[in-house]
Structures are given as structure tokens and as C-alpha cells.
Design a protein around this ligand. Sequence first.
Ligand code: SF4
Length: 64
Amino acid sequence: MAKKVTIDSSKCIGCGACAGICASVFAISPTTGLAEVVAEPTEADEAAVEEAATSCPGAAIEVE
Ligand code: SF4
């Protein structure tokens, strides 16, 4: 089953790493400058989503 991903905006510093790793799920919002989830990950995205969560310098990405 595909995982659910959320971003804690209070921890996000807007570095863009997550969007760079998995652009189908993460994007930097032009209004807030912070990351947002643009689509729930499919099973094909799971490895990239895990990598983004591990790479996030603010530990803002939670994968359930
Ligand atoms: S990698 Fe983490 S800190 Fe960087 S933009 Fe994504 S959620 Fe924000």
C-alpha cells in the first residue's frame, strides 16, 4: 500500500532537497517558499520519498 507523507512546515527551511529528489510528490510553494506535498506518493515513488525524508535537513518529512 502506498504511504502517506506529510510535511511539518514549522521544521521546513525551504532548501528544496525533497523536490529535487522526488518532484512528483514535493514542490516548493511559490507563496510560502516552503515544501508542500503536491500528490500522494504512488508505490513507485516510495523509495524516493524515503530518501527525501532521510535527506531533509529539518527532519520535516514524515512518512507513515
Ligand atoms: S528537504 Fe526538508 S527542509 Fe528542505 S524543502 Fe524539503 S521539507 Fe523543507
